[in-house]
Design a protein around this ligand. Structure first.
Ligand code: ATP
Length: 902
């Protein structure tokens, strides 16, 4: 409806002031009345659904059938135990999933976009969720449209509306366009719609609809929530899980068949085989990965990293090349103009107030125009309490302010009537102004590009033809500043006297040819103090740092050298050199280049491609709208949270909320730790389950009594598979240990580097000690009677149900406790348990203590003793059993094998 209303009508309808926007109070009222500007999220699962999902497993069905069968046979305690275990498993599963869901939702909120809104005559940046109908919003290239807007001003404004229209070519917009009659979103040239992305230009618009009233809100119900993407590890685990399930079930069937052949109690063996299958099938593996990833992701927020795609956490640990842009990531992005080149003279203005006693700059011919030009040809905003915009421009405005120019007044005096916005591929921008002395255009940008467009120079207050020698002097001045790590921006102007036809220039298309060169501004942007250490740490961790910048090669090298990224010019390559190479040539040299300068976003895609072609796992940072393809092409696309655009953010896998290079190091460290933890949890689960199967299998094969009852297996499964495995998954890791070695290979499997050994060795060890425990009593009896320890003799002894119950209690206790000891050792297979910090992993401490307690009460509390068919144990028996159960930890100390990353 607003598309066929004029701007004035729209403003009147929405009761807003087109010049100053809504007042803060009015906005608050409207927010209170209409609620936040967020799309309803229907991806949330209800508790009931989660419970149902937990129970909707074939093996759980089998277990429930087994419970019903026990009930039918009046084995009430067995049935109860099964039901309790199933219920508790479901509860634990739901709690864990709920936690994971909450963590992910919190992340979604963190990653939500902001909007530049005009309220009470002042611009401020607010969360897009706080926008209300009637608000005036400014959007520029790279922004995501925060609500439906009726445009009131547009300049070269194009929007990617593929989300709504399916049209992949960006749609041009025009605030002055008027439609007639109802039209689809694609026809509304004077409107911009929520969640679509600005590809170029800038615009102002009145918010016409928020949240579910927007075009996207209306179809949000139709759009299916995107299913959670599985990580490569999850996929591999699901396959492994399937394979192991088949193996486990087959083994259990074989076990049952053998037992039947041995004329054992069929029902009991059936129950045992089913329980063993349930315990041994690692159906929880992918779930553990999801939970660990989700929890770790919320931990990462604390180190300023927002993970947007879960699978990237896994890849992070394998990254071996980090491509970083310079400005703001490696450097502080707190620029300050320290040198100006004006009227053929280089002047140092660092530490001086250009308006104060040292008026050296102001006295130079053209200084006024120079300051004015930089100030007017900028989109940044400095007000009393806010600094919004690009730091390069903020530095230039500050320089002009130092020379006594007020931004608001100057802008009012020279209203902008046209512009060609900045694009990093063009490396310049132009604005057109209607000033008191006629129309004037200012162009600012990189010196080399701008010089090509200048035919005149402003010298001694006059416009003169630009001579070759002057060109040479300018380039020399630029190189001098660049080699001192200064970022150099040039300024040129063009007067449109007399001949200027305003009528034909409504949107203002200024020229960028035949310009008059005015001067250069050189600004420092010191490296972040933590960058130096981060680059060194990366080196130690086998990760190469590559600088990719749009800036001049000399400036780039001057910053890269002290940081240790590059030593000589031979390690640098410029965009034009890159253009001269084909992909094969580039791939052959790429591993020896550490600085790419004067590159455009298109170059970044080629660089990523070449690095990947050499087998590297590449993380790449980006901030601009044009960086999106490179971010997508990289194994891990990293967007800047502070100064990055929404487009870059939505194309990325991960966002740095502090734009800081050193944060990438923390993220990679976390990525390695998380992978290591998941591996630990999985190997622990597999080895424990393997131990259970072997214990049972060996006993049955040897024709001995069954060492474990169905209820025992389920109980052990309950106490070891949930908390200890999760505790391993969220273990705190030694960063030194993680970052002092090269990254793992992306193709490396879980069983590599000792993984298979751990699974088999500890599985066999646990089975061995459990069987020893099972045979301890018969051995004692036979020994005291002076009889030989034969299978037949043992079997005869085990015919006595009381003795069998004691032996089973031994095996049960040792099997349960040994897995707890095993979990402690698995925290770090390379470190002695005496050197591990106990309280660094409180969940592990809690789960082990709780596990011991639970294992203790099944043999001590009379009704549990009865339910589990166990016997009460004496003190000395506990001593023997704890000694046996501690063997995995003893083995851990003896082995201290090295696992991940070695
Ligand atoms: P990095 O890629 O390391 O962040 P960068 O900021 O120099 O470096 P771009 O933003 O692509 O990369 O800028 C490229 C060049 O364009 C800069 O070196 C500078 O010469 C010029 N430039 C940067 N910002 C502006 C601007 N706001 N207006 C005009 N020219 C600019």
């Amino acid at each position: 409806m607003y598309e066929d209303q004029t701007i004035r009508q729209t403003a009147a309808h929405l009761k807003t002031d087109i010049k100053n926007g809504l007042t803060e109070e009015e906005a608050r009222e409207r927010l209170k009345k209409n609620g936040p500007n967020v799309l309803a999220d229907d991806s949330r699962k209800s508790v009931l659904t989660m419970v149902f999902e937990q129970l909707n497993e074939p093996l759980i069905y089998v277990l429930l059938v087994a419970a019903a069968a026990s009930l039918f046979l009046k084995e009430v305690s067995d049935a109860l135990i099964i039901i309790i275990v199933v219920a508790m498993n479901a509860v634990i599963g739901v709690i864990q999933e709920g936690k994971a869901q909450k963590a992910l939702e919190a992340l979604k909120r963190l990653a939500s976009p902001h909007a530049l809104v005009l309220r009470g005559g002042h611009f401020s940046k607010i969360p897009a969720s706080e926008l209300v109908a009637g608000d005036l919003v400014k959007v520029t290239a790279g922004d995501q449209i925060p609500a439906d807007l009726r445009l009131v001003f547009t300049s070269h404004f194009k929007v990617d509306e593929s989300l709504l229209t399916g049209e992949s070519v960006p749609a041009g917009k025009d605030a002055l366009f008027l439609t007639e009659g109802p039209k689809g979103p694609g026809d509304c040239k004077n409107m911009a719609f929520m969640s679509t992305g600005v590809t170029s230009g800038s615009a102002m618009g009145i918010v016409t609809a928020c949240a579910m009233d927007t075009q996207i809100g209306k179809i949000a119900g139709l759009l299916k929530a995107t299913p959670q993407e599985s990580t490569p590890l999850q996929k591999r685990l699901a396959d492994l899980g399937k394979f192991l399930s088949i193996v486990a079930v087959t083994l259990c069937v074989v076990l049952f068949v053998i037992a039947v052949g041995q004329r054992r109690n069929i029902l009991e063996m059936l129950m045992t085989a089913i329980s063993l299958a349930v315990a041994a099938v690692p159906e929880g593996l992918p779930a553990i990965v999801t939970i660990v990833l989700a929890l770790s992701v919320s931990r990462m927020v604390k180190v300023n990293v927002i993970i947007r795609r879960l699978p990237c956490v896994e890849t992070l640990g394998a990254v071996n090349v980090v491509c970083s842009d310079k400005t703001g990531t490696l450097t502080q992005n707190q620029m300050m103009v320290t040198k100006v080149y004006l009227n053929g003279k280089l002047t140092d203005i660092s530490g001086t107030d250009t308006s104060g006693a040292d008026c050296s700059v102001r006295d130079i011919a053209g200084a006024d125009l120079f300051m004015k030009g930089f100030l007017l040809c900028s989109d940044a905003l400095i007000s009393e309490n806010e600094r919004i915009g690009d730091p390069t421009e903020l530095a230039l405005i500050e320089m002009a302010a130092g020379a006594g120019l007020e931004q608001e007044k100057t802008q009012a005096c020279y209203p902008r009537i046209g512009e060609i916005p900045f694009e990093s591929s063009r490396k310049m921008m132009t604005t057109l102004h209607d000033g008191p002395d006629g129309v004037i255009g200012f162009t600012k940008g990189s010196c080399d590009i701008l010089l090509e467009r200048c035919t005149y120079i402003y010298m001694d207050g006059q416009i003169q033809p630009l001579r070759k020698s002057q060109r040479g002097d300018i380039l020399k001045a630029m190189e001098g500043m660049s080699s001192r790590a200064l970022r150099v921006l040039a300024l040129a102007f063009c007067r449109y006297e007399g001949s200027f036809d305003r009528k034909n220039l409504p949107a203002g298309i200024p020229k960028e040819e035949g310009l008059t060169f005015l001067g250069l501004a050189g600004m420092i942007d010191p490296p972040r103090p933590e960058t130096h250490q981060a680059v060194r740490d990366f080196m130690k961790a086998g990760v190469r740092t590559v600088m990719i910048t749009g800036d001049h090669l000399d400036t780039a090298l001057a910053i890269a050298r002290p940081l240790g990224i590059a030593r000589a010019r031979s390690e640098c390559m410029s965009g034009s050199q890159l253009d001269a190479m084909d992909d094969d040539q580039l791939a052959s040299v790429i591993d020896s280049v550490s600085v790419f300068a004067r590159v455009s976003p298109e170059h970044k895609v080629r660089i990523v491609g070449a690095l990947k072609a050499q087998g590297n796992i590449v993380a790449m940072t980006g901030d601009g709208v044009n960086d999106a393809p490179a971010l997508k092409a990289a194994d891990i696309g990293i967007a800047m949270g502070k100064n990055g655009t929404d487009t870059a953010r939505s194309a990325s896998d991960m966002v740095l909320t502090d734009d800081n290079f050193a944060t990438i190091k923390k993220a990679i460290g976390e990525g390695r730790a998380i992978y290591g933890n998941i591996k630990k949890a999985i190997l622990f689960l597999l080895s424990s389950n393997f131990g259970e199967i072997i214990t049972m299998f060996a006993a049955v094969l040897l024709g001995l009594g069954t060492p474990l009852k169905a209820s025992h297996i389920l109980w052990i499964n309950l106490i070891t598979d949930s908390l200890p495995a999760l505790a391993l998954g969220i273990d705190k890791n030694d960063q030194h240990q993680l970052m002092d070695r090269p990254p793992r290979k992306a193709s490396e499997g879980l069983f590599a580097k000792g993984g298979l050994f751990v699974t088999l060795f500890y599985g066999c060890l646990i089975a061995f000690i459990s069987l020893c425990a099972f045979l301890t009593v018969p051995y004692g009896i036979l020994k005291s009677q002076g009889m030989a320890m034969t299978l037949q003799a043992i079997e005869n002894l085990l015919q006595d149900p009381e003795l069998l119950a004691r032996c089973q209690t031994y095996a049960f206790t040792v099997l349960g406790m040994s897995q707890l000891f095993h979990a402690i050792g698995m925290r770090n297979v390379e470190r002695s348990v005496f050197k591990m910090k106990l309280f660094e992993n409180p969940l592990m401490t809690i789960s082990v203590v709780l596990g011991f307690f639970l294992q203790f009460i099944v043999t001590e509390i009379p009704w549990l003793v009865q339910a589990f068919g166990t016997v009460r144990l004496m003190g000395y028996e506990w001593g023997i059993l704890i000694f046996l159960a501690a063997m995995p930890l003893v083995a851990h100390e003896l082995l201290l094998i090295r696992l991940p990353g070695k």
